[in-house]
Design a protein around this ligand. Structure first.
Ligand code: FAD
Length: 457
């Protein structure tokens, strides 16, 4: 479709995906209006209210590069080379590198600052962002959307041509579409929640522990993680069942929480002098996976990002996937003859990939909290890295395909299954990599794995 100044696109939500998509569309020449329920974070401070930092990987970086935002974002990112696993016995932590070298790393970025950089870029590209405007309801027949300012209760009807829902897991557009389209919506709660705590800077202003890693304290059914921030702090997140033993329910007060941390996260406790205040003041939030069979309503509305496929955060891919959605939708809108074709093509391309990363994110929770210190896992991982070096472009660890390439998630998921079977088979009865018959493992790779297809630019 040819963009033109009199053909409007209306985006709901100026979070991570909304602000990026507005930039891409406005640069193509579309007239773009974005309605965001919160106030402008550049005036009032960021009111995100959750996950202060995020892991940015290649897919997200690719999208930022295409939007010309790589330099501004990366200037404030902290490199994470791998998982630094803290054992329960308080012994020294061990680093499990994510990739083969420093070209294969992920980055910790600040959610609020990233959002602000994206808002600036969207406005510089010509998009108009309307803050304090919550989508309340939609009259799809007349193509009029109603926005409400939750501060002064004023309501504003706006005509639209097509609505794009980048309004997150609790999407107002999805709710408005529900009576008109069979979305086949299913929310699968994880049964685990999370609470955020903080490791502040040391007395000399530096980091209290290694900044270039994602710290994990795996404890079987639950875990803590910590990601570094440029202010020399770490955001610590406890992931724990909501019920059972132990769970958020069995930690009803500060005394119980302190005892739990002193027992299970012994080496983390001294790093958190503000534990009492953080535990008391920070909420417990739930987690889950949102499944939708339909993301669109003919040419009038489409969903993307968390609004279409919210996932559990254990692969650090929700934002990365949402950014990939933005590139895809922008591309489909540019090449299709009308919005209906564009939205259908977008959904057909992205839904299988979203489903694949949702499944891998759930699997990664078990790996992070349970397997990273398991002997079978460790020998399989050692073989995985050996095979990655011996068969470049052929045997690529699943984590690497997801985090360091733009290979479609669905391809990574399917190849990951083949590769896992090879690792399990080749390491059976082996305690270390030295015990593995590498010639046999090489033969399995050649026999079962075709070369990884190139990803179109
Ligand atoms: P959001 O970022 O939620 O943006 C939605 C926007 O829409 C918001 O600004 C909201 O105010 C606005 N809005 C909502 N309703 C309305 C309405 N009715 N009208 C107008 N505006 C509205 N992802 C990663 O890639 N890496 C990570 O390390 C990572 N860690 C995470 C850790 C945790 C604990 C959690 C919960 C998530 C994590 N994620 C991570 C996932 C990531 O946060 C989301 O996938 C990402 O924010 C999705 O972007 P979005 O733009 O679709 O939604």
């Amino acid at each position: 479709m040819n963009p033109s100044a009199d053909r409007k696109l209306t985006l709901i939500g100026a979070g991570l995906a909304g602000a990026l998509l507005a930039t891409l569309l406005a640069r193509r020449g579309w007239s773009v209006d974005v309605y965001e329920k919160r106030p402008d974070p550049r005036n009032k401070g960021y009111e995100g209210g959750r996950s202060i930092n995020l892991a940015l990987a290649e897919r997200g970086l690719d999208a930022l590069r295409r939007a010309g935002l790589q330099d501004v974002v990366m200037a404030q990112a902290v490199m994470m080379r791998g998982r630094l696993v803290h054992p329960q016995d308080g012994g020294p932590p061990t680093l499990q590198p994510y990739g083969l070298d420093d070209s294969e790393v992920i980055w910790s970025v600040h959610r609020g600052r990233l959002n602000i950089a994206l808002l600036d870029a969207a406005e510089a590209a010509g998009a108009r962002i309307h803050f304090n405007q919550r989508l309340d309801s939609v009259d799809f027949e007349r193509r009029v959307a109603l926005f409400v300012n939750d501060h002064d209760r004023t309501a504003r009807p706006q005509p639209f041509e097509a609505l794009i829902g980048s309004d997150g897991a609790g999407s107002g557009l999805r709710e408005a579409m529900r009576p008109h389209v069979a979305l086949e919506e299913r929310f699968q709660p994880l049964g685990h929640g999370y609470k955020e705590l903080e490791i502040p800077p040391a007395a000399d202003g530096g980091f209290r522990t290694d900044p270039n890693a994602l710290h994990i304290w795996p404890r079987g059914g639950y875990m803590c993680i910590a990601l570094p921030n440029t202010e020399h702090t770490f955001t610590v997140t406890l992931f724990l069942p909501m019920q059972g033993e132990p769970s958020f329910r069995t930690l009803p007060d500060l005394t119980a929480a302190r005892e739990f941390f002193q027992r299970d996260f012994t080496d983390a406790m001294p790093l958190m002098p503000d534990f009492d205040a953080d535990w008391t003041n920070n909420p417990v939030s739930g987690l889950g996976t949102l499944h939708l069979q339909r993301w669109r309503m003919d040419g009038r509305a489409v969903l993307l990002g968390d609004a279409a496929h919210a996932m559990v955060p254990f692969h650090g891919q929700g934002m990365n996937c949402a950014f990939e959605d933005c590139l895809a939708l922008d591309r489909h809108i540019a090449s299709a003859p009308d919005f209906e074709t564009a939205f259908a093509g977008f959904e057909a391309e992205r839904r299988p990939n979203a489903e694949a990363i949702q499944a891998m994110a759930l699997e990664n929770y078990v790996e992070m909290r349970d397997s990273v210190d398991d002997p079978d896992y460790l020998v399989q991982r050692a073989l995985e890295q050996a095979l990655a070096r011996r068969h470049p472009g052929h045997f690529v660890p699943r984590y690497s395909m997801v985090s360091f390439t733009c290979v479609p998630y669905a391809t990574a998921f399917e190849r990951g299954k083949l590769q896992r079977a090879i690792l399990v088979e080749a390491t059976r009865g082996c305690a270390t990599l030295q015990d593995v018959d590498l010639a046999n493992a090489d033969a399995l790779v050649r026999e079962r794995l075709p070369p990884l297809p190139a990803v179109p630019a």
